[in-house]
Design a protein around this ligand. Structure first.
Ligand SMILES: NC(=O)c1ccc[n+]([C@@H]2O[C@H](COP(=O)([O-])OP(=O)(O)OC[C@H]3O[C@@H](n4cnc5c(N)ncnc54)[C@H](OP(=O)(O)O)[C@@H]3O)[C@@H](O)[C@H]2O)c1
Length: 264
């Protein structure tokens, strides 16, 4: 029997991989779920299965987030459904290979999904949550944002954007009850690799995590108040040291004079 809802989580890309693992974990924590993906049949089946197993309310939005129309449908849901208090901004696709060989239409579609939809959906949630003074925005990046792959310029850079974007949002919401988090998973055992240019079987087993473990670690990181959660990172201080090195540059990044070595 269903108990009182802990709130509603809208999860993009919720029918497979990491998004499905988030749906499972958040439903187990008592949240109702809004699942977003393209394939209506798979959505309805995943929603019915999760509702039956968890006793939570699970609804669906069928939307292709590599299109303006699909992005708008999710923006509208975030604006109108006042029960939503968690966004898991997860849907994404991967492409690996030399940039010189990439199909421009494929690049465009990846950029719309991984960058434009992530940005606009986070902005819609930011507006809704700021108005209510509460909510959590969880953006999904990737270890390729930091460990930049030779053949993943667009994917790696798009995921680096997600980290910088979330760090800026965290400053915007510093004095508010709205929470933001960026999750930076390493390789996960999901179908995203299929046809991406790198196949899952090419990766060493010890480098690949299950999506369930990654979602659980990410939610534990959220509970602990982390802004950046890297599920496999042994010590949070390792991330802090990396980020402090970036911040140490701040006083000398914008000065009236060029550095001496550039002056003839
Ligand atoms: N897997 C990894 O190794 C890994 C590592 C680090 C970060 N990540 C990131 O984690 C996130 C989830 O990846 P995943 O591996 O779980 O992916 P996945 O297994 O390929 O699952 C993708 C999910 O997103 C949906 N989706 C795909 N394209 C969509 C579109 N255009 N519009 C709406 N929904 C779409 C899919 O359903 P439909 O096909 O029905 O739309 C499915 O529900 C991504 O942002 C990815 O970059 C993954």
């Amino acid at each position: 029997m269903s108990t009182a809802s802990a709130g509603t989580a809208l999860i993009t890309g919720a029918t497979a991989g990491l998004g499905a693992a988030y749906a499972e974990e958040l439903a187990a924590r008592g949240h109702d779920i809004v699942m977003v993906a393209r394939d209506q049949e798979r959505l309805e089946k995943a929603a019915a299965d999760l509702a039956r197993r968890s006793g939570r309310e699970v609804s669906v939005v069928s939307a292709d987030l590599s299109t303006a129309e699909g992005i708008r449908a999710v923006e509208e849901r975030l604006a109108s459904d006042t029960a939503i208090d968690i966004l898991v901004n997860n849907a994404g696709s991967a492409l690996f290979g030399p940039l010189s060989a990439a199909d421009p239409a494929h690049l465009e579609s990846l950029i719309t999904l991984n960058l434009t939809s992530t940005t606009r959906i986070a902005a819609a949630a930011a507006k809704a949550f700021a108005g209510r003074g509460a909510g959590s925005i969880i953006n999904i990046s990737s270890a390729f944002a930091l460990n930049i792959p030779a053949v993943g310029a667009v994917y790696g850079a798009a995921k680096a954007y997600v980290i910088a974007f979330t760090q800026a949002l965290a400053q915007e919401f510093a004095d508010s009850s709205v929470r933001v988090q960026v999750v930076v998973p390493g390789a996960l055992e999901t179908a995203i690799w299929d046809g991406s240019g790198i196949e899952l079987h090419q990766l060493p087993k010890e480098a690949v995590m299950s999506p369930r473990d990654a979602a659980r670690a990410a939610l534990a990181g959220l509970d602990a108040g982390e802004l950046v959660t890297i599920p496999s990172l042994p010590e949070y201080t390792m991330w802090q040291a990396y980020d402090e090195a970036r911040l140490a540059l701040a006083p000398v990044l914008s000065l009236s004079q060029p550095a001496k070595r550039y002056i003839g």
